[in-house]
Every structure is written in C-alpha cells, then in structure tokens.
Design a protein around this ligand. Structure first.
Ligand code: IMP
Ligand code: MG
Length: 177
C-alpha cells in the first residue's frame, strides 16, 4: 500500500509551507482577541494540529475531540456520533476546529453545530484538505490548506484502515498496489 513515491500528491515541503501560511493568517485574524482554543479532531488531525499549533504566535490552548461515522456498507451514512468530548468548557471562548480533511462535510457540520450551542464566542473551521465537489451538506471552512479531487489520501495523519498515518507527505492510495 502506497509504496511508490509517484503516489505523492502533496510533498512534505509544500505541506510545511502551507501550514506556515495558515498559521500566519490565523495568528493575524485572532490577534488581540484574548486567546484561541484549538479543537483537534482525532485521530486524523493530530499531526496537522501539532505543526499548526506550534507556528501560531497568539495565545492558544489545545483540546481534542473524537467522532465516528455510522457506516452502512462502504458508504458513510452521514450520521456522526461523538465518542470523546473536549475536557474544558468552551463557553465564551474563541474556538477553531482543526480537521485533517473535509469530504461530505457531515463531520464538520455536526461539530460546528454542537460547539455553537455551547456558547462559544466564535466557532470557525480549519481543514488541511477539502475534497471539491463532494459536499453533501453546506459547511463553510474558514481556513483550507489544499483543495483536492475525489480520491482517498493517506499520510500526515490521514489513514486507510489505520495504515500510513505517519507518512510525512500526502499520497493517493492506488487500489492496485
Ligand atoms: P466527512 O464527514 O465526509 O466530511 O468526512 C470527514 C472524515 O472522513 C475525515 O475526518 C476523515 O477522518 C475521513 N476521510 C474522508 N476522506 C478521507 C481520505 O481521503 N483519507 C483519509 N480519511 C478521510
Ligand atoms: Mg477525521
């Protein structure tokens, strides 16, 4: 699975440069706002969140949340279930949900709705990747690293059946490999 380097879609250097740009933009947008709560969505966002959070220049704290999608056959049913919540209250706080990838949008939509009901000062979304043309629900992603096509990608936190999460770059899974 994903042996040849020819499957690389986004090189490590490109990822690092883009993460730096996102951090600069986010730091500017939240400057003087009294701090930011980064909510990383496990497991896929853990590496992106680690790199992004260390490049911010504003006061920030890190939280994690975990969800699972109900599957029906091989396709996601669109129903999302919370399996691990944040540890601290987000009431009155500026919150940025940090995701690895937005595909149908169901996961991010669910999280934005849930966090918004808790009285946060603001809730925005950041995703390293967004698949174009795959949205089933409209959800605005405030910060997007890269737009990609409808293909399954692994690496930099993203997995295929728990494999390939720790690759340094983003690769396309080729079923024939
Ligand atoms: P959505 O709810 O359909 O937007 O799916 C988002 C979630 O599905 C992400 O948080 C990932 O966990 C997973 N996902 C979607 N596409 C990919 C992919 O290409 N590679 C790895 N995980 C993916
Ligand atoms: Mg995920």
């Amino acid at each position: 699975m994903s042996k040849p380097d020819s499957n690389v879609l986004i090189a490590e250097s490109e990822i690092q440069q883009r993460v730096g740009e996102l951090a600069t933009q986010i730091s500017a947008d939240y400057a003087g706002k009294g701090g930011l709560v980064l909510v990383g969505v496990l497991k896929g966002a853990f590496i992106f969140l680690a790199d992004l959070s260390r490049r911010l220049t504003i006061p920030r704290v890190v939280e994690f949340i975990a969800v699972s999608s109900y599957e029906s056959g091989s396709a996601s049913s669109g129903a999302v279930r919370l399996v691990m919540d944040v540890r601290e209250s987000i009431e009155g706080k500026h919150v940025l949900v940090v995701e690895d990838i937005v595909d149908t949008g169901h996961t991010m939509h669910y999280l934005m709705e849930m966090l918004n009901t808790r009285g946060a000062a603001s809730v925005r979304a950041c995703a390293l990747l967004q698949k174009t043309g795959c949205a089933q629900v409209e959800v605005n992603i405030d910060y997007v690293g890269f737009q990609i096509g409808d293909k399954w990608v692994v690496g930099y936190g993203l997995d295929y059946a728990e494999q390939d999460r720790t690759l340094p770059d983003i690769r396309v899974i080729q079923p024939e490999d």
